[in-house]
Write a protein that binds this ligand. Sequence first.
Ligand code: NDP
Length: 249
Amino acid sequence: MMQKLNGKVAIVTGATSGIGEATAYALASEGAVVAITGRRVERLEQVKNKIVETGGVAITVCGDVQNEQDAVRMVEEAYSHSGRLDILVNNAGVMLLGPILDASTEDWRRMINTNLLGLMYTTHAALKYMVKMESGHIVNISSTAGRTVRASAGVYNATKWGVGAFSEALRQEVHGKNIRVTIIEPGLVETELRDHITHESTKSAINKMADEIRQLKSEDIANSIVYALKQPDHVNVNEILIRPTDQLL
Ligand code: NDP
């Protein structure tokens, strides 16, 4: 039987837009208390208000996952709401595509510090509560870029490959502790992600590719996360790869 998320506490990193925002709404509508996190304070308040208007419960925690102290504080504030932490969705990410030769190495640091180290910091902080509770579920957002390399995506590929490796090691380490680990690997989703690319010709090329296909919606990914979370305790959905029907690689 599918499980309800009533009474569970979930933290969603990067819940101010796109996949994280849609996931926050989906988890709240399933009855979870959702801690929504991100750097944009006004967006956090907007997302919270939308959840509260529809009868859900949300708390906002502003912070930057690149900063370990912020990451730890986000997790602690989520836990302290009701003395439990059931779900961590590690979604915060940036995709600053571009060729290696022309790269701004600052873009590389932002991707590695956010997509990889940020996810590691929150996982590290959340795990101790989940181990204490003898239950929990960590959902890490990777990408098709965690499985398929493309020129101009080398560092983004490296971060998402890293998410896959870290998640599998985590799964093995928490095996026997009633903690589940899921990797979600979306293809192209219509969000703000591409807006931040600083290398202009790469940005135009990926926007053109996206315009030519029917992209996924953030809600499509949120649905796959809810699917994994609502399985019975003995079912650990380890990996979901989800592409637009029109996307080849
Ligand atoms: P968005 O740009 O819409 O959302 C990214 C979210 O991450 C925002 O809420 C942003 O919040 C947050 N974020 C970024 N940097 C930080 C930071 N340093 N600290 C805290 N939060 C941060 O993009 P998506 O919804 O598309 O991206 C979500 C995830 O999905 C990413 O991990 C991305 O790699 C992955 N993904 C996306 C795909 C796509 O095609 N869109 C495909 C495959 C995977 P704020 O700016 O307020 O801090």
